[in-house]
Design a protein around this ligand. Structure first.
Ligand code: FAD
Length: 476
């Protein structure tokens, strides 16, 4: 009985639940759908789509070693997915389709429609837990509701990890060859701009590279991760997010790699390991929030009363933020890192998001969208979670009155200004003291350097944001 493995953001052959299940059930054919209009609707970045295609090309080679052919179909929007998958099932006489579950609202709706259509054809649809450690709905409060507070969620996760540690799967064995040819993977998709070779080189594709990067991080940087992770100049985080988002790497592989260097402990022992696993659980948390509170998947604030905020319509300020031209060096350096590499350090994501939503009082949805349009690791759950955290509109969000001061953050987390100097060479000559806020040190930049003046006054804009939040109905 032939099986169809429908790959999405799970582009690997090792520790892939749906792949192993399909191969165990019978001869397996793999399929992907190319859905450019859908990706555009989700604001997926060109570099993210390019990375996905490059990973797919690597995956096709790996699948060939397992004798699993990969066929490609086009489905501009997911509405057509049920008909397309059904037709493929008919053509290859498929008995069952296997997928790894995806958790966004549109993704869940797509899979539900496909499953219903296939049921009419007597084709089974198996959706496997793979992207997460725990099935959403299995980690709940005592009242049976989804957690809203991370620390409580984490405690429940720890308990589950003690009870049952999700294991990595065995590497699958090759199946007997089938007489089906591989389709050719496109190198580029119309509607997405070409990606700079320099950016591509930063993010080599494929599960071998992903596992090497995971090993390198666990052999080196994780030791100091707890102490150094907030300093963007130190390159002390794993930079594995694009690999996790495309599924080139699994969450179980990450967890086990970290546990292996800490005697299997996640709650005690090496602080670097404990802290890193804590971050993996934030990823888990935001995915569970997405399922438990689907409105956040539909561009709505978790805290409904924040929908009343009179966000400023300030296109010039938004543009300055987007282009790294705000006059605040740490913000501008961070935004330029995003534009040049498709990635931004976590501390900086928080600083720029807080600046946009509080100091500029611009709707978090505009920042969320811009991030998606540029991030190679763009992911609805984590991106929405991060933005709603910064805007104080989300689950377990930053309290509205605790507004980051970008200059203090800059002094604290880029004390020598090394990160700023790298991305803003025009400020290279400034001292470690002056570089965080040239104007404050009365450094006149005007004649020799083209660096903008600050677009906003920090203290009045901070007070404005606090006033706006204070005037909202309570429950904040
Ligand atoms: P590491 O520090 O090495 O952490 C390991 C992994 O844990 C990451 O790869 C990621 O999968 C997960 N992780 C770490 N921190 C978080 C977090 N706060 N929330 C959720 N998962 C986390 N992450 C994305 O993967 N995609 C996004 O689109 C995204 N958008 C964000 C937007 C904002 C405004 C903020 C504040 C954060 C966002 N994050 C996002 C979370 C975080 O910034 C990135 O996951 C992290 O910077 C990736 O770098 P790394 O792989 O070196 O992380």
């Amino acid at each position: 009985s032939t099986q169809l493995l429908w790959l999405r953001n799970d582009l690997r052959t090792q520790d892939n639940t749906a792949l192993n299940a399909a191969l165990q059930a019978g001869p397996t054919i793999a399929i992907v759908l190319i859905s450019p209009l859908q990706w555009q609707t989700h604001h997926d970045a060109a570099c993210k789509v390019d990375f996905w295609l490059r990973n797919l090309a690597e995956l096709q080679q790996r699948l060939s070693t397992l004798n699993v052919p990969l066929v490609i179909r086009s489905s501009e929007l997911w509405q057509k997915a049920p008909a397309i998958i059904a037709k493929v099932c008919q053509k290859f006489n498929i008995q069952a389709v296997h997928v790894n579950t995806e958790y966004g609202f549109n993704e869940a709706h797509r899979d539900q429609s496909v499953s219903t259509t296939l049921a009419n054809q007597n084709v089974l649809f198996h959706s496997h837990l793979d992207q997460l450690l725990f099935k959403p709905g299995s980690i709940l409060t005592q009242n049976g509701t989804y957690f809203k507070v991370f620390s409580q969620f984490k405690k429940a996760c720890y308990k589950s990890l003690y009870d049952h540690l999700p294991a990595c799967l065995d590497t699958p064995h090759p199946q007997s060859p089938l007489t089906i040819n591989n389709d050719v993977i496109p190198q580029h998709i119309d509607g997405f701009t070409a990606v700079d070779a320099g950016l591509q080189a930063l993010w080599p594709a494929g599960e071998t590279v992903a596992l090497q990067r995971l090993a390198a991080f666990n052999n080196n940087a994780i030791t100091d991760y707890a102490k150094q992770r907030d300093f963007p100049a130190l390159h002390s985080t794993s930079q594995l997010s694009p690999y996790l988002v495309s599924g080139t790497l699994s969450i179980r592989q990450c967890l086990h790699a970290a546990l292996a260097i800490n005697q299997g402990e996640f709650e005690s022992g090496q602080s670097g390991v404990i802290t890193w696993i804590n971050e993996l659980l934030w990823r888990e948390f935001y995915h569970h929030v997405l399922v438990g509170y689907p409105k956040v998947s539909c561009s709505r604030a978790f805290k409904a009363q924040t929908e009343a905020i009179p966000w400023r319509d300030a296109p010039a300020d938004l543009l300055a933020w987007q282009q790294g031209q705000t006059g605040f060096p740490i913000i501008d350096a961070a935004m330029r890192q995003l534009l040049a590499t498709g990635w931004m350090h976590n501390r900086l994501r928080m600083i720029v998001a807080m600046f946009l939503t509080k100091n500029l009082l611009i709707d978090w949805r505009k920042g969320e969208r811009f991030f998606m349009q540029h991030l190679i690791d763009g992911n609805l759950a984590a991106n929405n979670g991060g933005w709603q955290w910064s805007a104080s509109s989300g689950t377990d969000a930053a309290p509205y009155f605790r507004i980051f001061n970008p200059i203090s953050q800059s002094k604290r987390f880029d004390p020598n200004g090394d990160f700023i100097r790298h991305w803003l060479p025009e400020l290279k000559h400034l001292s470690a003291k002056a570089i965080h806020y040239p104007q404050l040190e009365n450094i006149s930049l005007a004649s020799t350097i083209s660096y903008p003046k600050p677009i906003v006054d920090l203290s009045t804009s901070r007070a404005r944001a606090i006033d706006v939040f204070k005037s909202l109905p309570p429950i904040l």
